[in-house]
Design a protein. Structure first.
Length: 400
């Protein structure tokens, strides 16, 4: 039995979370299908993508509840949510709380400039509702974490409470009063304190970003059995063909596409209206080529169309994806839509390129890298594509 279970609301977040445990030496699989069992049953951490961020609240809650029923004896649960509070977070939190009442919330993601102060998410120091991070959403960004979790009753704990030495008692008092503690955090060290205090509760559920899961990985001894070598990545001579699929409208995407284009990648931009109409087939990448299929950043995106666009983009690229040697998928909804169409039901993380960007292998030996859409410096996608190519062309025993 795994000692830790993680439920994530989208695929890139699931893989990002798995990487935090992988880097601590844990044996971890990411499951895409709730019916599948991991390829290696002797795992330390089970990560399940419920693919629920774009679902209606009741449907998302039902998926979380169903996943929790499959994990009744796991001592510690991490519920991964979006650090920008997108998706039906209140409904998913309520579903978790119904099964495991000792819930602690801490959504900060310091590595991406996302802190929580005064129970308000800040993005590079700016309150979330004053940024354009929610520009593709159908509703405005919440003004605070408690607002995003409403109608769940909460109690906010500031950084002084987190760092004051009595956090475990503060958490217990909040829960005894029927309120979910929401913790401020500015640094990873704050999240370490939160994880350590929360893990003193009975069968706790820690709700937050991948940074909170990484704090759990640093704090909790995860059982490790004898190392077991997984299936090696097949060695293919020559330079492989790589397909990069970008399904994000994040402000950082245009610069990332420009770097790819300057490095010689073939960048194909599709207007949302064309994708939704079923147009823009993507050609197969030739040997040694990087082909990029992306939603045109200059084209307007109607708020609320994210899930439909991800599905349309996946349909457009999947013939080329079947024939590519390696895939780079950015945007959790897009990544999941592509892999669903390829019949991939689980991934084994191999290595992290940078925070949130993880190279995995699927059961057929195909390399698949995922990354949340809003992450990364301008050279992020190029670095990930090169990491996939290196892993594919390097003999398995030399892989990281």
């Amino acid at each position: 039995m795994a000692s830790v279970a993680v439920l994530a609301d989208d695929l890139s977040g699931a893989v990002e979370t798995a990487a935090g445990f992988l880097l601590r030496g844990a044996r971890v699989w990411v499951e895409l299908d709730e019916r599948c069992a991991p390829g290696d049953t002797a795992v330390d951490v089970r990560v399940v993508d419920t693919d629920s961020r774009s679902l209606p609240a009741d449907s998302a809650a039902a998926r979380v509840t169903a996943a929790l029923r499959r994990l009744p004896d796991t001592p510690l649960l991490v519920k991964k949510i979006d650090s920008l509070l997108r998706g039906p977070v209140a409904a998913e939190l309520a579903a978790v709380r119904a099964c495991r009442p000792n819930v602690v919330v801490a959504p900060a993601l310091p590595a991406a400039g996302r802190s929580v102060r005064g129970a308000v998410v800040h993005l590079d120091g700016v309150p979330l509702d004053a940024t354009d991070a929610w520009r593709a959403e159908a509703r405005p960004a919440p003004g605070s974490v408690p607002a995003a979790l409403s109608p769940v009753a909460t109690r906010s704990l500031d950084v002084d409470s987190v760092r004051g030495g009595e956090l475990a008692a503060e958490l217990r008092a909040s829960l005894d009063a029927g309120r979910v503690p929401v913790c401020d955090a500015e640094h990873d060290g704050d999240l370490d304190l939160i994880a350590a205090a929360a893990c003193r509760l009975d069968r706790p559920a820690l709700v937050g970003s991948a940074a909170l899961a990484a704090a759990v990985a640093r704090t909790v001894p995860v059982h490790r059995g004898a190392p077991r070598r997984g299936a090696p990545v097949p060695h293919r001579p020559g330079v492989p063909a790589t397909l990069v699929v970008v399904g994000s409208a994040a402000p950082s995407v245009p610069a990332q596409l420009a770097v790819l284009r300057a490095a010689g990648a073939r960048v194909l931009l599709a207007r949302p209206a064309d994708l939704l109409a079923g147009h823009r087939p993507v050609p197969d990448p030739a040997a040694g080529e990087i082909v990029v299929a992306a939603i045109d950043p200059a084209a307007p995106v109607r708020p609320g169309d994210s899930a439909e666009l991800a599905a349309a983009l996946a349909t457009a690229v999947v013939p080329a994806a079947r024939r590519a040697d390696g895939l780079v998928l950015t945007g959790g909804g897009t990544a999941r839509a592509v892999l669903d169409r390829l019949g991939v039901d689980r991934l084994r993380p191999l290595t992290e390129v940078h925070h949130g960007a993880v190279v995995c292998v699927d059961p057929t030996g195909r390399l698949v890298a995922t990354r949340p859409g809003s992450f990364g410096a301008p050279d992020s996608l190029l670095a990930i594509a090169r990491a996939v190519r290196t892993a594919r062309t390097t003999p398995a025993e030399e892989n990281p």
